[in-house]
Design a protein around this ligand. Structure first.
Ligand code: F0G
Length: 435
């Protein structure tokens, strides 16, 4: 599929699903998970929005009022670029996440202008809600009898919640014993049928794709192009918060590469529509034990080798990312960088983010660890403006926190061990005197 394919349609008012491999067009309400002609993945192409430039910006701004509908949602506010024909979105609402400046984190990464876009503030505690509101809206529009996903935990938590909201049965496939407690319990609580698969995430994804093909359940992993449309709004909202003065870099953790692809598409569209005049560079950060994309980047994307994934950042413990080609395009077009950080670096960055009062789950801290590394290597300049995306909430993975602060010997450098005392004032006084 040549990259010269039109970004927006010049005719008609509906969106279409275009095969990213062969260019074949499928109607937007068709439920297929992949191109019937060649098996490639779809991307969504919209009609050219009626409003342009300032008029489009005014429209987005107008919708940020606080009404009890989907309108102020940080996803549906941008609906011309997400799903223009949606009439009844399945929305909590979601998005409207903060952009934070924290001196402690800026000093740690040696990046004075670093901002944190905290996607853990979404209704189920991760950025997945932005894609899921759109994918489940689509599931409802096409009358899906059930929805399904494979997940390292956050996608399943999000799907469980949105499917409950829409009244559609949900089936989630997770690797047994490999997802964080907060995420597994969300999926149970929201009422999804939760399948603990004897295998890793990559095996779960293979199984759910097969189930979708053979059994007709609607697949909502990020290979579903509507998920990508929703996740683009992380970028749109960040740009709006910055007054459309684009940062120099956007850093994000990378696993299955859906979000990296979404960020690339968002920037391509924002630039084409004149919302920004300059395209930020993407920095995709993988865990060292699950870094096939970083290895490939080091070889100028000449190689594509899946790995057996091992990392304590379970959200990104993925050895064979599904959205590979779309992510290569995102990195190439933004003059981006892909790197890997060790689990020790992730835990260290997380301890700093947590201690700043912001907090995030382990995978999220990879973005800040990646910024720190690129500052040290001199790739990111001292005065460059960087936004690091924190993808999930601190409470997603309480097990890691407990083991870091309480159970690891010798204690890690930033451990904050609890103190056991008897119920006497003198003991409190002793603790206080050492603060
Ligand atoms: N950060 C968090 C907290 C995640 O849950 C994920 C992915 C990522 C980053 C990476 O995003 O896959 O688009 O590159 N979690 C998926 C899941 C795989 O099932 O929840 P990606």
């Amino acid at each position: 599929m040549p990259d010269t394919a039109p970004l927006f349609l010049t005719q008609g008012s509906t969106s279409v699903q275009r095969c990213a491999r062969c260019g074949d067009i499928t109607p937007e309400l068709d439920a297929s998970a992949e191109c019937a002609k060649c098996g490639g993945l779809f991307e969504i192409v919209h009609a050219t929005p009626e409003a342009h430039g300032a008029a489009l910006l005014a429209l987005f701004g107008l919708r940020s009022g606080l009404k009890p509908t989907a309108e102020p949602s940080g996803v549906w506010r941008y609906r011309e670029l997400v799903m223009p024909s949606a009439t009844d979105p399945v929305s909590h609402p979601e998005g409207n996440t903060p952009l934070l400046a924290r001196t402690m984190v800026q000093s740690y990464a040696n990046s004075a202008q670093l901002l944190l876009k905290h996607e853990g503030h979404n209704p189920t505690g991760s950025f997945k809600d932005r894609g899921m509101t759109v994918a489940v809206t689509q599931a409802k529009r096409i009358g899906a009898r059930a929805v399904a996903c494979a997940s390292t935990g956050n996608t399943s938590a999000s799907l469980a919640s949105y499917a409950a909201h829409a009244g559609i049965p949900a089936l989630v496939f997770v690797p047994r014993g490999q997802i964080a407690l907060g995420k597994l319990t969300q999926s149970l609580a929201y009422g999804a049928r939760t399948l603990l698969v004897d295998g890793d995430f990559d095996a779960c994804l293979r199984l759910v794709r097969e189930s979708s093909r053979e059994l007709g359940v609607y697949l909502v992993n990020s290979i579903n192009p509507w998920r990508v449309e929703g996740q683009k709004t992380i970028v749109f909202e960040m740009l709006q918060q910055l007054g459309y003065d684009a940062p120099d870099w956007i850093a994000l953790p990378a696993g299955n590469l859906g979000n990296t692809s979404a960020f690339g598409k968002a920037l391509r569209e924002a630039f084409a529509l004149g919302l920004i005049t300059r395209v930020p560079r993407l920095l995709a950060v993988q865990a060292a034990g699950a870094a096939p994309f970083a290895h490939s980047f080091a070889a100028h994307f000449a190689t594509h080798e899946p790995v057996h994934a091992e990392t304590l950042a379970t959200a990104i413990k993925i050895g064979d990312p599904a959205s590979w080609d779309r992510a290569v395009r995102a990195i190439t077009e933004t003059n981006g960088v892909v790197t890997a950080v060790t689990d020790a670096e992730i835990l260290d960055a997380k301890a700093v983010i947590d201690a700043s009062g912001v907090g995030c789950e382990p995978a999220s801290a990879a973005s800040v660890a990646g910024v720190k590394q690129l500052r040290e290597r001199g790739v990111i300049g001292e005065h460059e403006r960087v936004v690091a995306v924190l993808t999930g909430h601190l409470l997603k993975d309480p097990g890691i926190i407990q083991s870091y602060h309480q159970d690891t010997t010798p204690a890690p450098p930033r451990a904050n061990k609890p103190v056991e005392i008897s119920a006497r004032l003198s003991e409190v006084e002793r603790v206080l005197s050492r603060l």
